[in-house]
Design a protein around this ligand. Structure first.
Ligand code: ATP
Length: 272
């Protein structure tokens, strides 16, 4: 009897076969699960990830052209900001810590841990992940530097007085609608990454990137390397090419067209 051998990546305690057709997605999922066991990701972070996966299926699990333009606009806005900041939660910390730290350095935008489900042990665990990934300083965990943003209740209103509180442009991937709206009301530019183009965050942000964070952050890193060589004048000129609302509409058209195409594809059931 022959044994079936397969090459696999070990993530946490799981093996993901390298020849699986949805390998990348499975590795990402296992990282989130492992992150929860290590108290970096909140339980609700798993549910949020599942919501994201559903929309990524509709995108075809790759970056569409409109998303690259959303990323271009985001990087330009962050480079033009006087005090940009990058907000980090548990999901992002486990999915792309190194790229996030590099992006923060390239854009000169500090990292701030900013959690919906605030827990001291989670803040410390995320800080450790970011420092291991190369971050020199991480805002959002020192009780001496706490400030609040209006319009939000309870602990979720707490931000770092040196970070989000002062920032003119906040990059908040995977954020919830209430906080996005509160940041907008406090006159900050808000940039998000959110696979659901209909979430309140996507609809309320100044720039919404409808893409998976695992693709968006490395792509933004590449774009930042190009755009940071431009002057403010050139960046402002470049920014005129992009319109957030039109790009979000393109995202919705892309998703609905793709669903229609798939529905009309006679070969769709031939996956066996
Ligand atoms: P809102 O309050 O904005 O209407 P929500 O209740 O879904 O939306 P959250 O759960 O805080 O708010 O949002 C998490 C968002 O992040 C979801 O819209 C989800 O689709 C998205 N998301 C989850 N994982 C990823 C990922 N890997 N890349 C991009 N987006 C993701």
């Amino acid at each position: 009897m022959s044994e079936y051998h397969f090459e696999a990546e070990i993530v946490g305690s799981s093996e993901v076969p390298k020849d699986h057709p949805r390998y990348e997605s499975l590795v990402t999922r296992e990282k989130i699960i492992e992150g929860m066991h290590q108290k970096i990701v909140a339980e609700a972070g798993l549910i949020a990830h599942g919501r994201g996966e559903a929309f990524d299926y509709i995108l075809g699990e790759e970056t569409p052209p409109f998303a690259l333009n959303q990323e271009r606009l985001a990087v330009i806005m962050l480079l033009l900001a006087e005090k940009p900041i990058i907000s980090v939660n548990g999901n992002i910390a486990v999915l792309c810590p190194r790229e996030l730290v590099m992006l923060s350095q390239l854009l000169e935008a500090p990292l701030e841990i900013n959690l919906f489900y605030r827990k001291r042990e989670r803040e410390i665990a995320i800080e450790k992940v970011l420092k291991e990934a190369g971050a020199k300083e991480v805002f959002g965990i020192d009780p001496q530097n706490q400030s609040t943003i209006a319009e939000i209740s309870h602990q979720r209103r707490i931000v770092d007085s040196r970070g989000i509180a002062l920032a003119d442009c906040v990059f908040v991937p995977l954020e919830d609608g209430d906080r996005t709206l509160a940041l907008r009301k406090s006159e900050k530019n808000v940039i998000t990454v959110d696979l659901n183009p209909l979430s309140r965050t996507s609809l309320a942000a100044n720039v919404s990137i409808t893409n998976n964070i695992v693709r968006a952050i490395p792509e933004m890193l590449q774009l930042a390397q190009t755009y940071r060589k431009m002057s403010s004048k050139e960046l402002k000129e470049e920014r005129k090419q992009f319109n957030n609302e039109k790009l979000l509409q393109e995202a919705l058209v892309f998703m609905s067209s793709r669903l229609k195409e798939i529905a009309n594809d006679k070969n769709i059931f031939e996956i066996l």
